[in-house]
Structure formats: C-alpha cells, structure tokens
Design a protein around this ligand. Structure first.
Ligand code: SAH
Length: 278
C-alpha cells in the first residue's frame, strides 16, 4: 500500500536515501547521458521553473538517483540579434506576441541532436489531444521526450508543421504558459518508470489502468466525525476486500464517467445499462 511520503518503501527495497542537502536545482544534470535512462528535454523561457514540483517526493528522489533525467533548455540564447528576440507580433494583426519559428526551430534541432532512440516531440497546447494515461504509458515506453512550452499567444504554426510536432493539452482551459502542463505530463510519465514508485503494485490498480476509476481509500482513525471505515476493509478477508473494491470502482465509474464505463463494459462483454450487482 502506498506510503504517503514513500520513505519506507524506499527503505524496504534497500535503496539509498538522498541527502537532505541536495537542492532541487542540483537534481538537474547537464552530465553526459545516463545510458538507457528516460530523459525529458524541456524547451522553455523559464528554465528556472524546473524541476519545480518534480524535485519533490518520489519524482525528486528518482531524479536524484538517476532513474530519469531532466534537461531544461533555455530558449533565450536562441533568440535573434543582439537582444535575443524570441517573439514578434502576429501576422495579420491582433493581440499579443508569437514565438518565432526560426528561434524555436534552432532550439528543437539542438534538442533532437542530443536525443537518443524514440523521443517524441510534443508542444503543450490547449489545441492538443487531451493528456491521458494512454499517452503517459506510451511516453514511458519511449526513450524520452522533447517538450515545448509556449508563452504569449503560442508558437508560429510553421514550426509545428515542419517538425511534425504532436500537440498535447492538459485540459479545456488556457494556461499562461506550457511549464505547468509540461510538469504534469512528466510527472504522469515518470511515475510509470520501473522503480520510481518503489512498488509496482501501486500503478496496477489505480485509476485508468484497468479502465476504471479507483475505489475509495481509508486509513486511521477507524471512526472519524462519526464515520466508520467500511467494515469489510477491517475484516482481513482479502478476497472479499478485492470484490468490494472492484464493485466500488465500477459504481464510481458508472456514476461519474459514463464514457469510461461504456468502454470498460465493451471490453469486459458487459451490458453498460444492466445493474452489475454493485
Ligand atoms: N493563444 C493560445 C493560448 C496561448 S497560452 C490559444 O488560444 O490556443 C500560452 C501557452 O500556454 C501555450 O503556447 C501553451 O504552451 C500553454 N498552454 C495554455 N493552455 C494550455 C493547456 N490547456 N494545455 C497545455 N498547454 C497550455
């Protein structure tokens, strides 16, 4: 079972714990590639925003231990002229600024030259395919990823076409920049890399892995504000607990996500409109 801060799991499998003196910034390495280690290169105007939250907890420990690598690429030095201009006004007029294709193109080429194996090129963008567990799983099986974080009104369309960039969105809302979306994507991928969570089981029965939302979780105290933990969970009867959890996961999915529920039923050969003896 997941331990909130993960420490005991790390100890349980005999991993060295990282020194408290390591600062998140120092977790980012410009060192030569660690062979075969999944690597995220992130093109951004704000490299100092990395590792950000990825430097905390399990993803931070895994980064320090070299289970994955992170290389923010500062877009600024790729800028044009003495002032290193990155952006300009939109062709055709309108509000805001657009990141130039020549500037971004140079940064992408450098990132691709440094990449090994299968390394998808992704632009975080509200127009993209919605990030989901299937995308995260696919990226975890790749050798790494190159992420482009937009700012302002976005990037010149020609760079997207020229490099055949895939656009991925965090959801139907507009952020100020792609950095938060990039960190969300990296987090979702990195936790699927073997040994990052320190407990393979914990990714096996969580939400989306088996097509269902996760069952409710409880912990101590046994009674809180007059609410008791469901009795079956305290019974020690593992088979009954597993059945209860599956039934709860099915009920939650049916109530909250009819789309997932239909897909789950189709795969399992169930009728989505029939009561599943929940
Ligand atoms: N004018 C653009 C929005 C630009 S927002 C439009 O209407 O589509 C600035 C940058 O923030 C984008 O280039 C993108 O990298 C990032 N961003 C904004 N919303 C996002 C979302 N939902 N998912 C991923 N990235 C997003």
């Amino acid at each position: 079972m997941a331990n909130p801060d993960g420490t005991s799991r790390f100890r349980a499998i005999g991993r060295k714990s990282i020194s408290a003196s390591i600062k998140p910034r120092e977790l980012i390495s410009d060192n030569p590639d660690l062979a075969g280690v999944w690597k995220a290169q992130v093109i951004t105007l704000f490299p100092q925003a990395f590792p950000g939250v990825l430097g905390e907890s399990l993803t931070g420990k895994a980064l320090a231990e070299g289970l994955w690598q992170l290389k923010p690429i500062d877009l600024r030095p790729y800028g044009e002229g003495r002032h290193k201009n990155l952006d300009d006004t939109p062709a055709g007029g309108g509000a805001g600024m657009v990141i130039r294709s020549d500037v971004l193109g140079r940064a992408i080429r450098d990132a691709q030259d440094a990449a090994k194996g299968r390394t998808p090129l992704i632009y975080l963008s509200p127009r993209g395919k919605r990030l989901d567990q299937a995308i995260a799983r696919d990226l975890a099986r790749a050798d790494g990823v190159i992420l482009i974080c937009g700012r302002f009104e976005g990037v010149d369309e020609r760079v997207i076409e020229h490099f055949g960039i895939t656009e991925v969105s965090l959801g139907d809302f507009v952020l100020t920049g792609g950095e938060i979306a990039a960190q969300a994507l990296i987090d979702a991928v990195v936790r699927l890399i073997p040994r990052v969570l320190g407990n393979a089981d914990s990714t096996e029965d969580e939400s989306f892995t088996n097509g269902l939302l996760e069952h409710p979780q409880y912990t101590k105290p046994a009674v809180w504000e007059g609410r008791a933990i469901p009795e079956v969970l305290l019974s020690g009867h593992h088979a009954k607990i597993a059945l209860w959890r599956k039934a709860m996961a099915e009920r939650l999915t049916k109530e909250r996500r009819p789309d997932l529920w239909r897909a789950y039923c189709a795969k399992a050969g169930l009728d989505p409109d029939e009561d599943q003896e929940l």
